[in-house]
Ligand binder design. Structure first.
Ligand code: MGD
Ligand code: MGD
Ligand code: MO
Length: 778
């Protein structure tokens, strides 16, 4: 039996909360006492639990229920659903899994199932679905993520591993007090630092950046949107054209080189390939010197300012910060390689307050001084299928079974997928070019989705199984990049007939004869005790102690001490590059990579280079679509999660997602604040509510992600999205043949007033649910 908690705790991706109850019912979430800057996003969790969009019972697309996979996929997203009982639903799902694996092999099951799901070590949907699919013979998986796929691929070539991307950063503690100049590409966004995957105890970005300012650091925020850096930090705002950052950095590097300000000693000791970079900078390699004037014309920043910044960077202890957003773009590998090249020329990598780091403003906790403990998760077992795809290539895979593609030096072929299993993600939120995804998604025979809510992904499934939310189950949260373990206590009974993902998979495993292998005879409590026990062992190995499980469970939160010793990223390597060789072929920072050059890719050369995006304000396409669309992360929600809660809904304009625009661009189009506008390009169109703001550079508009996909004619690709989902506009293109990451931020659009009758938002209500077969097909 789990002991009674003293105070009920809930630990989520956007913070830790105490559950306030009245008469045994949860009524509010109060922020954790030690959190200096809590996020309001979680406030939606209570009301959304029982919102109309909640899935209450298992449901099957009508024609699929009648005819099975012979129904074909064309009706997906447009047909009504029929509710069925759990026994029937589990039998149907088990039957489909068994049919597909015996006729087509387990490789025909796509279980990549990307997505954030909920915080929590045990009920983590990805861990659950992958463990389950492994026990039934395996599945085609995905590698990388949507957050930083291009970085994930390029960094190991350049510095040997992924340090400085999601972990291993120079802590704020060393930046404040040592850094004299912090240049922030993409800003350091407090809106994004509301969240951290897997949970967090304190929101630390704001105090981190303010500590740097208070210690006298000069802050420069380079971003198309001024409030990408907390305004109270008082940073200088530079707004080059989006995706011209590589040109800007080349201009800085050229100035360093031509004025002899680069650190020859560091370049010689710690890097390889600078000669190639030098030839590229001077123009000896391609006839174009990458001068500050050349750069200034591309990014629309005066050349004199670029030169002056380069001189200050060389004179001061300078830190280069870059958000993850810059690599979610065409050739997204280049800004990261370029930032490291620039930092190497400055020669301060490995010094306190110097060097580079990525994502400080992308999620909370980057730059925390945290204990390096690998937290336990639900064991996954072995996947008997070796095949995988880069995660963002899903529509390519579905549209082109057997098709060849390049990925990081390999020539690969897409598998032929017959069944998709999704738990804990929303591809109709996260993928680009949703009209293309609607078409691709019609191809497989069977699609099974676990969801708490009728998201677009649930609506586009054949079989939908209702799952619990975090408030409705017990879990433990071990926050990455943080110092917290928290109990997430069950606060309320599940809505409708919702079950835990674990219960669903246990039921399926029983039907497929592998129950023991899947559950190991454990229930929720037994798994929580087991996972906590493992965490406690690992903490003990770091000479720390945490309470036994029962005390922990009663208290709700356990905080670990900050480590006393912290080091800048790559400090050991800097001090002794031979003793601390990097895992690159040369053991050094590779400013030129023979390996990448050997791949022969035109879209990723052997060194960082200016490879213009297919869609940016300097591209030919900008003549027809003259606005650069930034579809950044939303301030009022986490991706699509809680878009139907009042915190997110309150920010909308006549029910539509707000699109921000500079007043000058609006005036040129005869638009005013509060107008409903149509945003469009060749891939699609959506409605949105106009908000004017001089925080936007001219030529740039911002429509954050997260509005639930709401097409005028569901199931038919290409109809107007009524709600403001930017992914009907974004391109579905790999960043390059190297990284194959998503490139959502490379997107040009045009905007006009919408004069038609305003269609009703329907995505926050359930789809049509009909009694079986009685109704005639429409
Ligand atoms: N245009 C554009 N698109 C982008 C981005 C961008 O910058 N621009 N960013 C990309 C990035 S970085 C990311 S990470 C992705 C995010 O994409 P996702 O992670 O797919 O988005 P979420 O909305 O978090 O989807 C999680 C889903 O899991 C469900 N869920 C929650 N808890 C549970 C559970 O316990 N069990 C089950 N079965 N389901 C649960 C939620 O209801 C929700 O529908 O979006 C990407 N898409
Ligand atoms: N509130 C909230 N926070 C989140 C999330 C969420 O959904 N909601 N999602 C989380 C996830 S999964 C992730 S991966 C991170 C993502 O973190 P990021 O990738 O850093 O976030 P974005 O919001 O996409 O982009 C941040 C800013 O980069 C700027 N930018 C875009 N393109 C360019 C460019 O070409 N050059 C320059 N210099 N700047 C550019 C934009 O103005 C944008 O506002 O956010 C996390 N934090
Ligand atoms: Mo992400």
């Amino acid at each position: 039996m789990l002991p009674q908690p003293e105070r009920q705790t809930l630990a989520t991706h956007w913070g830790t909360y105490r559950v306030r109850t009245e008469a045994g019912r949860p009524v509010a979430l109060d922020p954790f006492e030690a959190d200096p800057d809590p996020s309001p996003i979680a406030s939606a969790m209570l009301e959304a639990r029982t919102a109309p969009a909640r899935i209450l019972r298992p449901a099957v697309r009508r024609s699929f229920l009648e005819r099975g996979h012979a129904a074909g996929g064309q009706g997906r997203g447009g047909e009504p659903f029929v509710e069925i009982g759990w026994d029937e639903a589990l039998a149907l799902v088990a039957g489909e899994l068994d049919r597909v694996r015996s006729h087509h092999g387990n490789g025909a099951i796509y279980g990549g199932s990307y997505g954030w799901a909920s915080a929590g070590r045990f009920h983590h949907a990805q861990s659950q679905v992958h463990r389950f699919l492994n026990t039934i013979g395996g599945y085609t998986r995905s590698v990388q993520n949507y957050s930083f796929a291009a970085a994930d691929t390029i960094l190991p070539h350049v510095i040997g591993d992924r340090r400085g991307l999601a972990s291993g950063h120079t802590p704020w503690r060393l930046l404040a007090g040592h850094a004299e100049l912090i240049v922030m590409f993409g800003g350091a966004s407090p809106k994004n630092a509301q969240v951290s995957s897997g949970g967090l105890s304190r929101h630390a970005l704001r105090e981190g950046i303010l500590a740097c300012r208070d210690n006298g650091a000069e802050l420069v925020s380079i971003s198309p949107i001024r409030d990408d850096t907390a305004l109270e930090a008082g940073a200088q705002w530079w707004a080059p054209r989006p995706q011209s950052d590589v040109a800007l950095m080349l201009g800085l590097c050229h100035t360093l080189l031509s004025e002899g300000l680069h650190d020859r000693d560091f370049l010689g000791r710690c890097t390889t390939g600078f000669d190639k970079v030098e030839a590229y900078l001077t123009g000896a390699a391609d006839g174009t010197p990458k001068t500050a004037d050349w750069a200034g014309a591309l990014c629309e920043i005066p050349a004199e300012e670029i030169r002056a910044l380069a001189r200050r960077m060389a004179a001061k202890r300078t830190f280069i910060m870059m958000s993850w957003s810059l690599q979610r773009a065409d050739h997204g590998e280049q800004p990261y390689w370029m930032a490291i090249t620039l930092a190497a020329m400055l020669g301060q990598i490995g010094l306190p307050g110097g060097g580079f780091g990525f994502g400080y403003g992308s999620v909370n906790g980057v730059g925390n001084a945290a204990q390096e403990i690998t937290w336990p998760s639900l064991p996954q077992g072995e996947n008997a299928v070796a095949d995988f795809i880069p995660v963002a290539r899903i529509a390519d895979m579905l549209l082109d079974p057997g098709g060849a593609y390049d990925f990081n030096g390999e020539r690969r072929n897409y598998p032929d997928i017959k069944l998709i299993y999704w738990a804990g993600g929303n591809p109709f939120h996260h993928h680009q070019d949703l009209n293309r995804l609607v078409q691709a998604w019609q191809r497989p025979q069977t699609i099974i989705v676990h969801e708490p809510w009728w998201t677009a992904t649930a609506r586009h499934a054949d079989i939908v199984l209702p799952v619990t939310t975090q408030l409705e189950r017990n879990d433990i949260v071990c926050a990455n990049r943080d110092l917290m373990l928290a109990a997430s206590h069950k606060a309320v009974e599940p809505a409708g007939e919702a079950r835990d993902d674990y219960a669903i998979f246990s039921g399926l495993a029983a039907r497929l004869g592998v129950e023991e292998a899947f559950t190991e005879g454990r229930d929720e409590e037994s798994w929580l005790r087991q996972l906590y026990g493992l965490a406690r062992q690992r903490i003990a190995a770091a000479n720390l102690d945490i309470p036994d499980f029962d005390s922990f469970w009663r208290q709700g939160v356990t905080l670990l001490p900050e480590p006393e010793m912290v080091k800048p990223l790559l400090a050991d390597f800097r001090n002794d590059p031979q003793a601390h060789r990097l895992a690159t072929p040369s053991g050094l920072i590779e400013l030129f990579s023979e390996r990448i050059a050997g791949f022969g890719y035109a879209d990723c050369l052997g060194h960082a280079a200016w490879l213009p995006s297919q869609e940016w304000l300097g591209a030919p396409a900008a003549e027809r679509f003259p606005l650069h669309l930034i579809s950044n992360q939303p301030v009022t929600k986490l991706h699509s999660q809680y878009d139907h809660g009042s915190h997110a809904r309150d920010s909308k304009v006549a029910g539509r997602e707000p699109v921000r625009m500079n007043p000058r661009d609006a005036a040129n189009r005869g638009l005013k604040d509060g107008d409903i506008v149509r945003i469009f390009n060749d891939r699609g169109a959506c409605l949105a509510g106009l908000r004017l703001s001089d925080a936007l550079r001219t030529g740039v508009v911002q429509l954050s992600t997260g509005a639930w996909f709401d097409p005028l004619e569901p199931g038919r690709p290409g109809t107007l999205d009524k709600h403001g989902n930017p992914n009907v506009l974004t391109p579905d293109r790999g960043t390059s043949r190297l990284g194959q990451g998503p490139s959502a931020h490379s997107c040009l659009v045009e905007i006009e007033a919408y004069r038609g009758r305003l269609p009703e938002i329907t995505s926050h209500a359930p789809p049509a649910i009909v009694p079986t077969s009685v109704e005639k097909p429409e």
